[in-house]
Design a protein around this ligand. Structure first.
Ligand SMILES: Cc1cc2nc3c(=O)[nH]c(=O)nc-3n(C[C@H](O)[C@H](O)[C@H](O)COP(=O)(O)O)c2cc1C
Length: 134
């Protein structure tokens, strides 16, 4: 059994590189699910056609190492972390990486302008509208 370790989460917004084909999103999701499952990382990836918003959660060491790789990934830019810290309980227990599209580009645009708790609140409000079976 895995030892009980403190949970950690990171939330960020980024912008897809204009040179990237949209199919990059399904490549990322497929590959990420395998890695995340193997490393007990769960989370959510939202895409609006231009911006990504991702939440990842798991053991702090794993989450930080993954975030390091994500932030240097050349398929997106302007990676802006708007919250990171300890988490009492996983938000997405059953998803190695849930993926969803949002049609309204204003949603992630607004989220990108926020920081800290207001940003987390806006993220939670957005997730509540997504009808995810968590
Ligand atoms: C928006 C975005 C989200 C990503 N999310 C994950 C993820 O949750 N898990 C993962 O393993 N890789 C994710 N990646 C891919 C990583 O950036 C990286 O390509 C992958 O971990 C392989 O890294 P490596 O080639 O250094 O081994 C994501 C990439 C992007 C652009």
């Amino acid at each position: 059994m895995r030892p009980a370790t403190k949970l950690y989460e990171v939330l960020y917004v980024s912008t897809i590189m204009p040179t990237c084909p949209i199919t990059v999103v399904s490549d990322i999701s497929a590959r990420s699910r395998a890695w995340n499952t193997a490393h007990h990382v769960t989370g959510l990836l939202i895409f609006d056609g231009m911006r990504f918003c991702q939440q990842i959660e798991g053991q702090q060491k794993e989450v930080m190492a993954l975030m390091e790789r994500i932030s240097t990934d050349t398929r997106h830019a302007n990676v802006t972390i708007f919250h990171h810290g300890q988490l009492a309980e996983r938000r997405f227990k059953s998803f190695s990486l849930a993926f969803t599209n949002v049609d309204d580009i204003e949603v992630l645009n607004r989220l990108e302008q926020l920081d800290g708790q207001p940003a987390v609140d806006a993220f939670e409000a957005l997730v509540a509208t997504l009808d995810l079976a968590r």
